[in-house]
Design a protein around this ligand. Structure first.
Ligand code: ZN
Length: 301
């Protein structure tokens, strides 16, 4: 990675994190602004926030966005969180005179790139990253390079099908991993299970579900148990297909890993090829909040 500073932008559904990052992915300074859905207003706000940094020589700007991104053209084809369709995001940054070149990629791809360079620096060469948030995203780094596929859409681990006729998924398919392990799906299925028992529970989220499961609540335990089973199947598929040395879990739901990971690993070990299963370590990120901005900045090579 060329020596010098880059700007990294992690564009999430509620918050945008922006940082000044060095060639090793170290964050020197950071700011955070609330997401606004109008891309022009958003980029203008970011430009003002970045003003003080632009006196430095900066090698370029990298941006991670949740959604379907065309990395070659810097276009966000579709982002349900932001309500965007065919937004030429790189052009907005260019017009606002952000440091060139401008690189745009999917947020999970960017998190994988950040994990590869920063958290796992030198300890992984074939890496799968799963971002466990409201939805489930994925990013792939093989032989030290990002794998993007034919259209930049590779690594949609959340939409690996784990139950042929299973739960409906936001993508339009059924039985996707995200329909069980995504934060939204966990809450939805817990709510439905409580309702069956004639109970209404307010303020459910993955963290409270985790607390309930730890306290022995049978509904919460069953929801995590089901999530762990489908994750185990997804991991077996990933391990057989890709033979990674590391699978890194990041994002809010990954904090519940002590609840779901042991069983998922047991199932992975039962169902995957022995050689591949033995070679992989599945770990939980220790610095999840930095991977997005660092990885985005390092898109500028
Ligand atoms: Zn899906």
């Amino acid at each position: 990675m060329r020596k010098g500073l880059r700007l990294g932008v992690d564009l999430g559904g509620t918050l945008v994190k922006m940082a000044l990052v060095d060639e090793r992915g170290r964050i020197l300074e950071r700011v955070q602004v609330e997401t606004v859905k109008n891309p022009r207003t958003l980029v203008k706000t970011l430009r003002l926030a970045a003003e003080k940094w632009l006196a430095f020589p900066i090698l370029g700007t990298g941006i991670g966005v949740a959604g379907d991104v065309n990395p070659e053209r810097g276009v966000v084809r579709f982002s349900p969180n932001l309500g965007w369709k065919n937004v030429k995001l790189a052009d907005y940054f260019r017009r606002m005179k952000f440091p060139l070149p401008i690189r745009v990629d999917n947020d999970a791809t960017v998190a994988a790139w950040g994990a590869y360079h920063v958290e796992l620096a030198g300890h992984s060469n074939n890496l799968v990253v799963l971002t466990l948030g409201t939805g489930v995203g994925g990013g792939l780094v093989f032989d030290g390079r990002l794998y993007r596929g034919a259209t930049g859409t590779a690594g949609e681990v959340g939409h690996i099908i784990v139950e042929a006729g299973g739960e409906s998924c936001v993508c339009g398919s059924r039985g996707c991993l995200e329909a069980y392990l995504g934060g939204a799906a966990l809450v939805r299925s817990a709510r439905a299970a409580y309702k069956l028992k004639g109970r209404t529970v307010d303020g459910l989220d993955p963290i409270s579900l985790e607390k309930r499961a730890r306290a022995g609540d049978p509904v919460a335990k069953a929801v995590w148990q089901r999530a762990s089973r489908v994750l185990g199947i997804a991991l077996a598929n990933l391990v057989n297909l890709l033979n990674p040395d590391t699978v890194l879990l990041t994002g809010g739901v990954s904090r519940g890993a002590p609840l779901f990971l042991p069983n998922a690993l047991k199932i992975m070990n039962q169902r995957a090829f022995k050689t591949s299963a033995r070679a992989v370590r599945v770990v939980v990120s220790q610095r999840p909040s930095d991977l997005g901005v660092a990885g985005a900045a390092l898109l500028v090579e």
